[in-house]
Design a protein around this ligand. Sequence first.
Ligand code: ADP
Length: 237
Amino acid sequence: MSGDVPEAEESLAFRIRGVRQSFGQTQALRGVDLDVGRGEVLAIMGPSGSGKSTLLHVMAGVFPPDEGVVDYEGTNIADLNEVERSRLRLRSFGFVFQFGQLLPDLSAVDNVTIPLLLSGWSRKKALARARDALAELGLADHGEKRPGELSGGQAQRVAVARALISEPAVLFADEPTGSLDTLAAEKTMDSLLELVRSRRRTMVIVTHDPRIASYADREVIVRDGVVSFRGGDGYAG
Ligand code: ADP
């Protein structure tokens, strides 16, 4: 079941062991162990500066860790070179961030086509697929608008459509609703989670907001560069 802490190795998307990462004198990650099940929605919480974004970047192959294993579906991402990591990201991972992810001079629908065009789709096929994706998120009438002509919540749903357009196995979200008011945040999270769950995708959400984390199957807390709590029933104290 997707709500359980993963147990069997073969049901795991990620198996992370002993991951360390420093930036100069700052030890951002100090030995992270973490499993993420396939189809699991995991929230990574913790105070600002605790290492959450660094952990997400390491899991997503943005950069390799200084030390440790980041096993994704049997491949240690830490062993891949830059070209192999970017290929993995393009093929298997989608990303939703807090700010500035849409290109301001392109229409919503053109923004959504970008990952498909990068994967070699024709513009015509990509546009048709992008229009369907926007319609699924309630944005059928907004495809020709530029990001500046959309509300914050609409723009963030365009970003969600773009992140999911190439059917990534894993969606990474870093404070995905951090710039939105409560209502827009809820609407964005509802749409996002419905798409992720109906397609049985794995999702990793970094947030400091307990309301956003409550959408997840499981929460872990990162504190001082280590995962200090695992469980599904809230804080142990
Ligand atoms: P969080 O996401 O929990 O706020 P981060 O992972 O962004 O924490 O940062 C953890 C620590 O690593 C912080 O002290 C931060 O200043 C530092 N850090 C993160 N990224 C970099 C970087 N690219 N260069 C230098 N220091 C960094």
